[in-house]
Design a protein. Structure first.
Length: 303
């Protein structure tokens, strides 16, 4: 087809308008970038002395690398716990038992509504008040708890939507072969739902990784807090924040690329599994036998 489905193809006048808007947008962005760089240069933030510390091994071994390890540690632990909690809550919301479905729904909706930072502050104060963790692990425990509760609720919704996206014939076929609701969920529906929502889960890793920066408020030793320490030590807070921001961008970009590759892999598998079937020619002897059985004559005698 020459046209598009959702809108008509732009004409010459619309194309000129789109080109003019694009050029104007690029010019505005370049002007804003020049303004920022000029102000940074005016304040002395672009001098070599401000950026030279990042070329030394001390800043990386004492600050940036430990901060990156802290960020990745909190993110990795939170991902594991959030996946487990999300699957349990998602299956609970799909349960036919009211006493399981309603509490799971309440937990999911509650932790989706509460801000992550508020949960971090609350759990940090709670753990400190009751001495539930050693002082050196207190901030990590609060960060992991808050990220687990929030992202577990998000994963639960992904599980529920993944199961609902499956054809109804899946559950009907499971019931036809005698599987209970729990077995059909565990053996048939849930594996397919997890496969379908895998790209969304990988994309959720970006959110978890970024939210670890909120641990700065409760003195968790992650990248953002290390940037503040570098700024206080070398009097270059703004360059330190820019470097840490670049590290976050690189890591999140790699995770986004991973999510896109997983999505393409899932789509290729879906097309190969659901592709058109080709009919093979039937054996003529089998056809003759079938016709004989249908007419009641039976196969010819060997005698």
């Amino acid at each position: 087809m020459s046209g598009t489905v959702l809108f008509d193809a732009p004409g010459p006048r619309a194309k000129r308008l789109y080109a003019a808007v694009g050029v104007a947008s690029v010019l505005i962005l370049l002007l804003a970038l020049w303004f920022v760089i000029d102000k940074l240069n005016e304040k002395g933030q672009l001098t070599a002395a401000k950026w030279e510390p990042f070329l030394t091994g001390e800043i990386w071994t004492e600050y940036l690398i430990p901060g990156l390890i802290g960020t990745l540690t909190a993110a990795a632990i939170s991902v594991v716990f959030a996946m487990v909690l999300g699957v349990l809550l998602g299956v609970g919301r799909l349960s036919t038992q009211v006493w399981i479905r309603w509490p799971s729904s309440v937990v999911v909706e509650f932790f989706r509504a509460v801000p992550v930072l508020l949960m971090m502050l609350f759990t940090y104060a709670l753990y400190a008040n009751y001495d539930l963790f050693p002082p050196d692990r207190l901030a990590l425990a609060a960060v992991v708890t808050a990220l687990t509760l929030y992202n577990g609720a998000v994963v639960a919704e992904l599980v529920r939507s993944g199961v609902y996206s499956l054809p109804k014939g899946q559950s009907e076929a499971a019931m036809a072969i005698g599987l209970t609701t729990g077995k059909s969920m565990r053996m048939i529906l849930l594996p397919q739902a997890i496969t379908a929502m895998l790209p969304a889960i990988v994309g959720q890793l970006v959110v978890i990784l970024k939210d670890t920066a909120l641990g700065y408020i409760i003195t968790y030793e992650e990248l953002l807090r290390k940037a503040e320490q570098i700024g206080n030590y070398k009097s270059n807070l703004l360059p330190a924040l820019i470097v840490v921001g670049a590290i976050f961008v690189i890591i999140n970009y790699l995770l986004s690329v991973l999510a896109q590759r997983v999505e393409r892999l899932m789509r290729r598998r879906g097309r190969s599994a659901g592709g058109p079937l080709t009919a093979e020619p039937l054996d003529q002897s089998a056809v003759g036998t079938t016709e004989a059985l249908t007419t009641g004559d039976g196969p010819p005698s060997a005698n």
